[in-house]
Design a protein around this ligand. Structure first.
Ligand code: GAR
Length: 210
């Protein structure tokens, strides 16, 4: 079984979806560490309830990014993860951190990348008047939300939607696609090529839709 470390900053509903898929045998892996950059978030309680080792690596006031990332590396290294999963981890990671886990770190982002990297995606979709929205799972590269997309899910946008409606609709899809990608990785089917995701050795050109 592959050892999976999950990095969170909040509620951890994607973490939960992955824990559940490991428990049911859907994913041939085990979440062996949960690390949060914020204390007292609900995701840590989820880890506790599932008896998974969990810790907080909080940034110190004024701490340089490289310094924080070195502390995060030290904490992560103790768990010897085969895969690092960013699940609502709301910090930008330095290039040197990302390089350590190249090809074995995923992020989930609440938009149809390459549209809307960064924050406030749901409101930005509403402001732009888009009629579709979604979520993307991608390999992490040093470019923020810019790594090769593995899998996306689309949702419709309705006239009466507000950002909370969209967040909820997108979340439901995230809980479907993130465990699936982790499952494929644990089966040895996914790899990162030259800025492209490979599945069974084939290029996933624009990312697949589930
Ligand atoms: C998810 O919607 C995820 O896509 C988003 O945070 C949420 C975390 O929810 N991630 C980002 O915005 C990354 N920039 P969760 O804590 O319930 O899994």
């Amino acid at each position: 079984k592959l050892r999976i470390a999950v990095l969170i900053s909040g509620s951890g509903s994607n973490l939960q979806a992955i824990i559940d898929a490991c428990a049911s045998g859907e994913i041939n892996g085990e979440v062996t560490a949960v690390i949060s950059n914020k204390a007292d978030v609900y995701g840590l309680q989820r880890a506790q309830a599932a008896k998974i080792s969990h810790s907080v690596v909080a940034a110190n006031r004024g701490e340089a990014r490289e310094l924080y990332d070195r502390r995060l590396t030290a904490e992560l290294a103790q768990h010897k993860p085969d895969l690092v999963v960013l699940a609502g981890f709301m910090r930008i990671l330095s290039e040197s951190f990302v390089r350590q886990y190249e090809g074995k770190m995923f992020n989930i982002h609440p938009s149809l990348l390459p549209k809307y990297p960064g924050l406030d995606t749901h409101q930005r979709v509403l402001d732009a008047g888009d009629d579709e929205h979604g979520a993307s799972v991608h390999f992490v590269t040093p470019e923020l939300d810019g790594g090769p997309v593995v899998l996306q899910a689309k949702v419709p946008v309705f006239e009466e939607d507000d950002a909370a409606d969209l967040a909820q609709r997108v979340h439901t899809q995230e809980h479907r696609i993130y465990p699936l990608v982790v499952k494929w990785f644990c089966q040895g089917r996914l790899a990162m090529g030259d800025n492209i995701a490979l599945m069974d050795g084939n290029k996933l050109a624009a990312g697949g839709y589930a």
